[in-house]
Design a protein around this ligand. Structure first.
Ligand code: ATP
Ligand code: MG
Length: 361
């Protein structure tokens, strides 16, 4: 249990800025996800925290102590990787016991500890087996047990669920979250899967090209994304982005997106005016914030329908070649080419500066 602070942390590999001035504060007992696309610097960040990589510059704090020079085995960190990296020739018991043997923990104590974590993770009946005789989910739990047996003050996990099938992944997601809350071990969890990050983490740090894009709760990232990258990364199906321009009509602001001109609500207008927003903007609206209904305000044509079981994604043509996605509950029949009417929930609109891609609101 420890608080972790990253201050201006950088890691460069020659010209590649894998991690670029990262500032992050992970509170004691918090579950933080590092989320971003392949190559954004997630693993590199984790390896620096573990002490396996040396930062190019910047500081890593555990509580108030700078640990940059502390060797990995003195950091008391438990790591779980995507490849569970179990020793194939050892039994489950020996795999879990291994780090304790290295620490020269007395035999009786090792036995007690292994039994305790094995029971906690519900693998007590598997202790005599070899990893090859286990399912993926069971191997995953052994890897967790091995990290847990050390009683680490910090858990670092790098895509630990990505080798599991979809069903097992969803189950383990919930189990991991519960385990983390029960044990209260500060956890930093790497994933490129936004659903995993959203469902498990207390807070999410979104990274792109080594730089922090936003750090906040799942709710903040979904409702108040700070730029186009975060807005497009969080949420499925993804947000619609439409180039538009702001036009003043009397004391009101309207956003012109080509085929239609959308009046902006008062509160959004006020924010844009306060920020002296540029005319050239990107209008962002989530598919779930577009309604298709007979008394909708704007005409559209059904371009294609994608059923998702409980919901449907309806691709709509607004005219002038402008296509957007709407999410509606299954149950209504839509046909290609059908004329419909739609309404945008403008209170949920996101407006970004087109040049900087930063959100005004
Ligand atoms: N040892 C290394 N030498 C040179 N470049 C490296 C090294 N390790 C990582 N990189 C580069 O640093 C960047 C970040 O890599 P990193 O492994 O941290 O990404 P990641 O976010 O974990 O991606 P993924 O989701 O694919 O695992 C990438 O451009 C990668 O090619
Ligand atoms: Mg990685």
């Amino acid at each position: 249990m420890v608080e972790v602070k990253l201050v201006d942390l950088c890691k460069y590999f020659g010209p590649v800025k894998a991690v670029d001035h990262l500032n992050l504060h992970v509170k004691d007992r918090e579950f933080v996800a590092l989320l971003g696309p392949s190559g954004c610097g997630k693993t590199t960040t984790l390896l620096m925290i573990a002490g396996i990589y040396k930062p190019t510059s910047g500081y890593i704090y555990f509580e108030d102590e700078v640990v940059n020079e502390v060797p990995p085995k003195e950091r008391n960190v438990g790591m779980v990787f995507q490849s569970y990296a179990l020793y194939p020739h050892m039994t489950v018991f020996d795999n879990i016991a291994f780090p304790l043997k290295l620490k020269k923990v007395p035999k009786q104590e090792i036995k007690r500890k292994v039994k305790e974590v094995a029971e906690f993770l519900r693998i007590a009946e598997l202790l005599d087996r070899k990893p090859s005789q286990l399912s993926g989910g069971q191997q995953q739990r052994v890897a967790l047990a091995r990290a847990l047996a050390k009683e680490p003050q910090l858990f670092l996990m790098d895509e630990p669920l990505s080798n599991l099938d979809a069903k097992l992944r969803i189950m383990m997601r919930a189990e991991l979250k519960r385990m983390q809350k029960e044990l209260g071990i500060t956890t930093i969890y790497v994933t490129h899967d936004q659903v995993e990050a959203m469902t498990m983490a207390d807070r999410i740090a979104v990274l792109n090209q080594g730089r922090l894009q936003q750090y906040g709760t799942p709710d903040e990232l979904y409702n108040k994304p700070s730029n186009v990258f975060v807005a497009g990364f969080i949420g499925s199906p993804p947000m619609n982005f439409i180039d538009g321009s702001l036009v003043e009509v009397g004391d009101k602001l309207v956003i012109d997106i080509g085929p239609v001109k959308l009046p902006l609500p008062e509160d959004i207008t006020a924010v844009l005016k306060e920020a002296s927003a540029k005319d050239e903007v990107i209008f962002g609206i989530r598919p779930e914030d577009i309604q298709i209904k007979p008394d909708g305000q704007y005409p559209a044509e059904v371009y294609v329908v994608e059923p998702l079981g409980r919901d449907l994604i309806i691709h709509l043509n607004l005219g002038e070649g402008l296509l957007i996605r709407a999410l509606v509950s299954a149950g209504t029949q839509f046909n290609i080419g059908e004329k419909v009417r739609i309404t945008f929930d403008m209170e949920k609109a996101h407006i970004f500066d087109r040049k900087t891609e930063k959100a005004y609101i």
